[in-house]
Design a protein around this ligand. Structure first.
Ligand code: UDP
Length: 499
């Protein structure tokens, strides 16, 4: 049985503990999300490790500087578990570069369980709720021990979450042949969703991943509710599907959180090591200033994608064949950075090594398209900037996000990726011709290019509207805050919100 929640005085501001997963793609949106709640008068503490704390320092300082409510936001740290990784390697940016590093980085995620429990033991009386990354499935038990509601943060779209949920609950591969090209249907969703077997997390091939996701989903199901960095208008039908159909979950959509500060300059460097942008960043923005509107394609694959030298050459050839201007973000230290991509003529392209000011680039008027791996943050940042996409998914939720972008929203063209494989595995090489063709379609002045651009701009406006007073995300923040305040006075409330 769950412990009784401590009773708090209604006059005190709500206090929410945010506990982000260590990787940049999880840390960044959770830090941004905390600022959304801080701006509404919630006292927010982000519990993380020292290097991660350092990398989001700018977010917290900005939130405190601009706070109209006077409620402070803070970072509490627990040591990065001692697995022999020096501080410089603790940001998680090199995850795709070696299997040894990959394993040593992910091990600490499990080892944070005890420090987290100790933190809750010491501070639970002062906390109203824990927003924990969904991947920390064990935080459900620790929160319940202290009578605290655990709200899972899903660093993905509701669409992808609903698809994964169906995959794990229904035996969708049962009636399907082993052929990688076999089409698998995901039943019961608001849209007809079908994928090739090769694009999915196949339990027969990845039993450990599936077992891990079963644990994660079980913990989320037993939690108070789930928070998404998304907005209702972007995924119509999915909030209802989540709340009303067989899932019967509480869900709040409070994004796009990267827009919450109101200024794209402010968020450009959050997540970078010690907030330091690439030395190429300022030059890149000046270079963009000299280009005409919507004439440049931005190419970036997040923080964990590593292409083979052969794929790099094809990508460079594709950019060349497309005839379009480009900005290409190549992660420093990746195989990609050390290989020679033989880039096309210099005045047509700008290469950034290191941390690119992605949000700033996407919002630059010169940008007309984005070649992306469909990580959810990148996808949502493009949607918010009104930029159509060339989609190039690799693993995790990325193939589902591609489906949402291309088939449901109609703001992207797929490059033809078909093999689900982790950041350390080999992928089938996509030819330069296919890359060039997709870029030309997205950036085109005619046909579906125009329609996609128009739709992308409309979605960008909706994204901003969702955050404004009376907008859907603004209202969801309000609703969650009211529920947590009401919960304070309900005696004998258990951690899963049941009386
Ligand atoms: N990002 C950035 N500059 C970079 C690389 C990444 O600002 O050079 C940010 C990007 O804006 C996004 C996040 O890092 O917010 C990457 O998250 P996403 O979910 O797109 O991909 P992941 O890295 O998790 O695969």
């Amino acid at each position: 049985m769950a412990a009784m929640a401590p009773t708090k005085n209604d006059d005190q501001p709500l206090h929410i503990l945010f506990f982000p997963f260590l990787l940049p793609g999880h840390l960044i949106p959770m830090a941004d999300m905390a600022t959304v709640f801080a701006a509404r008068g919630v006292r927010c503490t982000v519990l993380t490790t020292p290097v991660q704390g350092f990398n989001i320092r700018s977010v917290v300082d900005r939130a405190n500087d601009s706070s109209a409510t006077g409620t402070p936001m803070s970072i509490s740290v627990v040591p990065f578990p001692d697995v022999g990784l020096p501080p410089a390697a603790q940001s998680g940016r090199d995850l795709a570069t070696s299997g040894d590093y990959h394993d040593r980085f992910l091990q600490p995620a499990e080892l944070l369980r005890e420090p987290f429990r100790r933190f809750l033991s010491d501070h639970h009386a002062d906390i109203d709720a824990v927003v924990s990354d969904s991947l920390f499935h064990w935080s459900a038990h620790a929160a319940a021990e202290h009578g605290l509601p655990r709200i899972a943060f899903l660093a993905t779209s509701m669409f992808a979450r609903a698809c994964t949920d169906t995959l794990l609950r229904c035996n969708v591969f049962e009636s399907c042949s082993d052929d990688p090209c076999a089409v698998v249907s995901l039943p019961g969703l608001p849209h007809r969703v079908e994928q090739r077997r090769s694009q999915m997390m196949d339990p027969a091939k990845r039993p450990h991943d599936c077992a891990m996701f079963q644990l994660v989903h079980a913990a989320d199901r037993s939690s108070y509710g789930e928070l998404f960095n998304s907005f209702r208008e972007l995924e119509p039908g999915y909030a209802e599907h989540y709340r009303a159909t067989q899932l019967r979950r509480r869900a709040w959509l409070v994004g796009p959180v990267a827009l919450a500060s109101g200024s794209v300059e402010d968020v450009a460097s959050r997540g970078a090591v010690a907030g330091a942008l690439s030395p190429d960043a300022a030059g890149c923005l000046r270079w963009l200033d000299a280009k005409t509107a919507s004439s440049v394609v931005y190419v970036s694959f997040g923080t964990m994608t590593n292409f083979s030298p052969e794929q790099m050459r094809e990508l460079a050839r594709g950019l060349d064949l497309s005839g379009k201007n480009f900005v290409w973000d190549i992660a420093k230290g990746s195989t990609a950075a050390s290989s020679d991509p033989s880039t096309p003529e210099a005045n047509r392209g700008y290469i950034i090594q290191g941390w690119a000011p992605q949000v700033l680039i996407l919002n630059h008027p010169a940008i007309g398209g984005f070649v992306t791996h469909c990580g959810w943050n990148s996808t949502l940042e493009a949607v918010s900037a009104g930029v159509p996409m060339v989609t190039w998914p690799r693993y995790a939720d990325q193939f589902y996000n591609e489906k949402l972008v291309v088939e449901v929203l109609g703001v992207g063209v797929g490059v033809g990726a078909e093999d689900y494989a982790s950041c350390l595995e080999t992928h089938r090489v996509i030819a330069g011709e296919a890359i060039a063709e997709s870029i030309r379609r997205v950036m085109g002045e005619e046909g579906d290019g125009m329609a996609m651009r128009k739709k992308a701009k409309e979605l960008g406006l909706m994204a901003r509207g969702a955050l404004e007073k009376g907008g859907s995300s603004y209202d969801d923040v309000e609703q969650l805050m009211e529920e947590l305040i009401a919960r304070r006075s309900s005696v004998g409330c258990t951690a899963d919100g049941q009386r």
